[in-house]
Design a protein around this ligand. Structure first.
Ligand SMILES: CC(C)(COP(=O)(O)OP(=O)(O)OC[C@H]1O[C@@H](n2cnc3c(N)ncnc32)[C@H](O)[C@@H]1OP(=O)(O)O)[C@@H](O)C(=O)NCCC(=O)NCCS
Length: 164
């Protein structure tokens, strides 16, 4: 066996993106609770995953289908030909490695095939990693909600990406 083949055996496998399942509810609630002060309980996650207007894309890591665990997820809700991002989360230990980009690319691909024309989101203007991610994906600022986050001390940017 060549050296590089051997290295591949020990290298961490790349995460894969799949649709969310009801069985993911506890893991997604835990990921969400790490990132946001107002967590969503598992029961709410279950309801969102089961909602036909909600698209849930989960990034999973692990060597086999049996050991793969969620390390991040994106949820969007569609209405007519528009959709909004409900949440985007990557496990703190996995940030800055392209997982957010991978999940958003997969989400946008799915929404495109659902004939969604525009995707909206709100983001704290001080959230540099999220802003970089969204701008790279083609989101542009279309509005601003003053004093929306952090007890009224941070503004929210409203952003839109045209998918068609
Ligand atoms: C925002 C978040 C989802 C990004 O996920 P991620 O996996 O770390 O992002 P990626 O590694 O795919 O990086 C996407 C881009 O952002 C850049 N980036 C990553 N971390 C950054 C940081 N701290 N500051 C500035 N840019 C950053 C990357 O370089 C990359 O840009 P590139 O394509 O030019 O290289 C993740 O940080 C997170 O879960 N944060 C907490 C929850 C949150 O704030 N969600 C968004 C709410 S609107």
């Amino acid at each position: 066996m060549k050296f590089f083949d051997l290295m591949r055996l020990f290298a961490a496998p790349r995460p894969i993106c799949e649709p969310g399942r009801v069985a993911d509810a506890d893991d997604l609630a835990a990921l969400h609770a790490h990132a946001f002060r107002h967590g969503w309980p598992s029961t709410e996650m279950e309801a969102l995953i089961s909602d036909p207007t909600v698209t849930t894309v989960v990034a999973r890591e692990g060597r086999t289908p049996f050991t793969r665990r969620p390390i991040g997820f994106v949820m969007t809700r569609a209405a007519a030909d528009e959709a909004e991002v409900l949440t985007v989360v990557v496990s703190p230990a996995r940030r800055g490695r392209g997982v957010g980009r991978l999940m958003m690319d997969e989400t946008i691909r799915r929404l495109y095939f659902m004939r969604i024309a525009s995707l909206f989101l709100e983001v704290d203007e001080n959230n540099d990693s999220a802003l970089t991610l969204y701008r790279r994906l083609g989101f542009r600022e279309v509005g601003r909600r003053a004093n929306y986050y952090a007890g009224g001390t941070a503004n929210a940017l409203v952003m839109r990406a045209d998918l068609k």
